[in-house]
Write a protein that binds this ligand. Sequence first.
Ligand code: ZN
Length: 308
Amino acid sequence: MSALHPLTAAAVPLSGRPRVYRSTLALLLLICTHLALADPTSPTLTPNVARFVLANAEFSVMHEMGHMLIAEYDLPLLGREEDAADQLGFILLFRLYAKLPRDEIDARLLDIADYWRLEWQTPKPPPEQVQAWDSHPLDEQRYYNIACLLYGSDMKRLDWLPPLTGLPYERALYCDQEFQQASKALNWIRHARPLASIQHRAALRLTFETPGAGRDDVGPLVALLRHGDHLQRLLDEVFSLLRPPRPLTLQLLSCGAPDAWYNRNSGEMALCYERLLYFRQMAENLPRLRTPVTRRCPGPLGLRPGGC
Ligand SMILES: [Zn+2]
């Protein structure tokens, strides 16, 4: 298995096709089908777009954290690692969001499911489509998996979610059990980790590469992640929760493709600026799912719990 664990399904080494082609083609299709594109260098992100970018950037990091936990604690797995990393990523984020208003939590986690819906429903040429043999789940499966975990977190209160997302009754019926399984796994990791790691005081070092000349489009997204040390505080919380056994690094950088990975040899995680730009393009140009609260928002610039 490669030491790298890219988040998106098209990073399949066997294809010999750099991921950048897939993303470029997908974005070209977006451009062709949506004439009124927003200016990607505009410093202003609407709260709605900012929430989508932030939630999906955080999920990208937490998915890689899932790989990190599997590797650092040598966790036994029966299913595919990519499925486990998605489940751990979701449940970690759910735990980290606990202090937010519940409507805001719903909106953020729905944005993550919605990203996979948009990936699934964006037309792509056959060579760029995720294949059934891939180590990653299909985009469509990741959409329903995340939607099910969210629904399973509170099925009574989130009764609007299955009809909104199209989550079929046959799957929705047991989503509470899927959520409980993911919660149980995270709790097990917390209590089963080696004692030595509990004493460990290492931190997760966060670095932001300076964007190259002419990359004005990256600035607003970096500002979003750096605002109030937002991302660093999130990582500090993960560390206090799980105490990984060695120092780790998360680097935000330009990599030429909308990627993210964890390198188990070096202990380095990466999130590419191109991935943040990709999230922004999607959020600004494609129709999105909205929770009942966000649907009631007065206008695109309104700001209230749930984000508008
Ligand atoms: Zn992965």
